[in-house]
Design a protein around this ligand. Sequence first.
Ligand SMILES: [Zn+2]
Length: 344
Amino acid sequence: MVAHLNGVKALPLAARRPDGARSPAYADLADVRGQVQARRALEIAAAGAHHLLFIGPPGCGKTLLASRLPGLLPEASEAEALESAVIASVSGQGLDLAQWRVRSFRSPHHTASAAALVGGGSGPRPGEISLAHNGVLFLDELAEWGRRALEVLRQPLESGVVTISRAARSCEFPAQFQLVAAMNPCPCGWAGDPSGRCRCTFDSVLRYRSRLSGPLLDRIDLQVPVPRLAPQEMRGDAPRGESTLAVRARVIAARDRQQHRCGKTNALMSQSETEQHCALRDRDHALLERAMAALQLSARATQRILRVARTIADLEGCAGIGTAHLTEAIGYRQLDRDEQRPAA
Ligand SMILES: [Zn+2]
């Protein structure tokens, strides 16, 4: 069950284990049936702290998948927990000790104002993106969000902080959140569905997708189609997926490699760090250049592909980035690719 606090969905937490273990029980990834590609993308996102966008029809499980991300992340450190507590306190939400070291999951509604999202007021107070600091910000119905709200996300997505300027004063709040967004593929929601029930025109699909600006999409490393589940995957006796615990162990191992190499997660690497740690072999360079030309990728998007490829290699425990890692990373630029061809 999802509790609603001040109109914001809060991640449901199961009761503490009776032995008093402090690790909170997050909702389990095993509850998500099927959706192999989306689960894989969620694991990569967790391993490298990459921003993620799910694209699929209504009811295919995008929200369910997104809500499993906090459980896949390493437990927040004491320092991170302290930062979150200070933000909660300044925001007037108060401190909930039961949430200590629990990664936040914030999911504001698409009608939220830019000020509610980034913070504001005469105080000023932190907004949703700061309440999601060190945790996950989930934006459902991404194409329905106002252009201004999405534009104000760009700076914090890049820098991990948000600056709020008021006549009297300007202040800065931390906003190192991981973005998970979800959207329908077209206005009716069914483009690409095998049933062929989508009747949207190519132009209306393009108009719908153009509500997301190129610079925002550039910053979302993983763009993943989430198809409707097949009937056999929806049956009660369908096999359960891998558990949060099993996936989290791989995520933590991959994050340890990143810390050891660069002292930070792959998504946070600078341009020079990316060049240093994401070297490609010659033939893979040529592959990336062909993809850049075919998908008309910006230099920023290309850097992000390299960081995702690095994370995929880290999950496998590989020292170097191989062709398979790079090819998979390029494959996650779904929207860049879709816009190259008319909808079927
Ligand atoms: Zn449609």
